[in-house]
Write a protein of this length. Structure first.
Length: 285
């Protein structure tokens, strides 16, 4: 299968859908809003199936409301139901772990049948694997979606798919396409833009759930914020301890010989009191 270049402007998931549909009248903003409505109307359903994997759905809803924000599994699952087509998610075998199995599946819409259309989307990165690891502490995680197509001899059909009206300047992903375990013939679905009826999304039996959280840009930001808060609190405690030691040192330096002797006597008395309160076991330690 081959990848098609789309704009890497944060709306790449919706740009890929428009590229596959060939419907230049549709816009990323329209698809983003329709996905948002689907998630809001069926919030409990999506939360119960994906929250333990990619975080709470209410945080995803807040993120989707911002234009040009990166999309994840919630949006793919919602779009399959909004557009009444199956979406096959293809994740490359880079730093692959068992908890990423959910990323490598076909998401079927609620009214799925044998005749349902299936489109393929590929998780990738706007930079080469080397550059992506260099800017992410040696780790690789996707930040871009592109559509996948089977090679075709019909150049006219290919040109029709490759030239949707998408704003922004696209970046060509340099990572080679990796084949999924099971590939299906790509057929371009006929999207009904006037059908706004939202159906409950049904997770197919092939979807493998896991209790591990996936490292994606959105979850990574949450973890980084939590780590930053913990580090900040530790720094404050260390600073307070250092200031207390400095104050004690300054007092000892300014004390007269009589005051210094009195402080030593008080310190010995406090030490003796603490030793007297120790249990036999603590005293042996």
């Amino acid at each position: 299968m081959i990848t098609i270049e789309v704009a890497a402007d944060g709306n790449c998931l919706y740009n890929s859908i428009i590229c596959l549909s060939g419907n230049t009248a549709s816009t990323p903003s329209e698809l983003r809003v329709r996905s948002l409505i689907e998630l809001v109307k069926n919030e409990n359903f999506y939360h119960n199936r994906f929250a333990h994997i990619i975080g709470p759905v209410n945080e995803a809803i807040k993120n989707i409301g911002r234009n040009f924000s990166f999309s994840e599994l919630y949006e793919i699952a919602a779009l399959s139901n909004v557009l009444k087509c199956n979406i096959q998610s293809v994740y490359p075998t880079i730093d692959y772990r068992s908890d990423l199995n959910i990323m490598n599946n076909t998401f079927e819409h609620a009214q799925c049948s044998i005749a349902s259309k299936t489109i393929c989307l590929f998780w990738t990165h706007t930079e080469s694997e080397i550059e992506a690891r260099r800017s992410n502490a040696g780790n690789w995680s996707p930040n871009h979606f592109v559509p996948l197509l089977l090679p075709s001899d019909n150049s006219q059909s290919q040109n029709h798919l490759c030239q949707p009206k998408i704003s922004g300047s696209g970046l060509t992903p340099t990572k080679a396409t990796t084949k999924n375990n099971i590939l299906t013939q790509v057929r371009i679905p006929e999207f009904n833009a006037g059908d706004n009826e939202i159906q409950p999304f049904q997770v197919p039996s092939t979807v493998i759930t896991t209790t591990n959280e996936i490292t994606t840009p959105r979850t990574k930001r949450r973890l980084q914020l939590a780590e930053t808060g913990t580090s900040f609190e530790s720094t404050i405690v260390e600073q307070k301890c250092m200031q207390a030691r400095e104050r004690m040192a300054a007092k000892r330096a300014a004390a007269t010989p009589e005051e210094a002797e009195r402080q030593r006597i008080l310190a010995r008395e406090r030490s003796a009191t603490r030793r007297a309160l120790l249990t036999p076991e603590e005293a042996q330690q």
